[in-house]
Design a binder for this molecule. Structure first.
Ligand code: MG
Length: 304
């Protein structure tokens, strides 16, 4: 049996959050339902953050309310603090993802408090989540580099991972938040994490800012991750910042993994159709290369 790699679809959150126009709630709901129909079973559907800072996510509760909830799907809400956690649980998320930034400066810019305070908040949230029957997981952000502090040492990343592990998360993710990472870093960080935290499930989150996203994803699979984040169409990044780009595209990731002998449980044709639909909704072309080149072999040849 081929090894299964779980794909966590983050398009509805990380992908959409920097879109200049606010997508109507009904379109967000359709986007998520299409992804589930294509086989995705774990999706970061929104974030419960300050709507003044991230207007695109102001309808978090309405998105959750609009979904036709299935028992076999994990509806993940991103939270950064206690208030966000309470909103996510009240809205019906059955999994919460918390982010703790490895660099203190970025943590203060992103969440208004230092890394130590975010770790303390996470440990508190994890305890409450376990008690409430909501699955908690945590991401160590900017693990591959920080836009303010520059290089982030692997020692620091592993130290933060070991501290958040005390909350007994479902898994720990390592995020290349700004897309600076390379495969050798992926191997080193995940290798060190595996050694420091035996038995802990690991996930990775990459942005394709410097075109290293898929190479990093493959390195993460080789290093033993059980899950990878990606966004449909590769959406994300800020249209006003020419160098900012999105997450690795889910279509391209599924293609690479399935052709390499891993299973994802995702119907690539339905996923591509969703990407085409998304291009129509956004009114522009989006980064996925599969959307441009098509899959291989062609569906007709596969059927023959
Ligand atoms: Mg991200």
């Amino acid at each position: 049996m081929s090894r299964h790699i779980e794909i966590v679809e983050v398009g509805p959150r990380d992908g959409l959050q920097s879109e200049p126009g606010v997508m109507p709630t009904s379109a967000k709901v359709e986007f998520i339902e299409r992804l589930i129909d294509a086989g995705l079973r774990r999706l970061e559907v929104t974030s419960f953050v300050n709507p003044k800072k991230v207007p695109q996510m102001a309808d978090a509760e309405q998105v959750l309310a609009g979904l036709n909830k299935r028992p076999d799907v994990r509806y993940v809400g991103l939270v950064l603090n206690q208030k966000g956690f309470e909103r996510a649980v009240a809205a019906g998320c059955n999994e919460v993802g918390m982010a703790v930034v490895a660099s203190d400066t970025f943590n203060r810019r992103n969440q208004g408090v230092g890394t130590d305070e975010s770790i303390a908040a996470w440990l508190d949230i994890a305890k409450q989540a376990h008690a409430a029957g909501v699955r908690p997981q945590v991401t160590v952000s900017a693990a591959f580099g920080c836009p303010f502090e520059g290089e982030v040492s692997v020692d620091r990343v592993i130290e933060v991972a070991c501290r958040v592990a005390e909350g007994n998360p479902h898994e720990i993710a390592f995020a290349d938040t700004i897309g600076v990472g390379v495969p050798s870093q992926v191997s080193e960080i995940l290798g060190r994490a595996t050694a420091a935290l035996p038995g802990m499930r690991l996930r990775a989150h990459f942005h394709n800012t410097r075109n290293t996203g898929l190479a990093n994803a493959y390195a993460a699979v080789v290093a033993g991750v059980s899950a990878l984040d990606s966004s449909a169409g590769g959406i994300g990044g800020c249209p006003f910042a020419p160098s900012a780009t999105g997450n690795i595209p889910t279509e391209d990731l599924v293609y690479m993994l399935e052709r390499s002998g891993y299973s994802t449980g995702i119907d690539l044709d339905k996923l591509i159709a969703t990407g085409e639909w998304l291009q129509g909704v956004l009114g522009r072309s989006i980064p996925s290369m599969l959307l441009k080149a098509g899959t291989f072999p062609k569906p007709a040849a596969r059927a023959a």
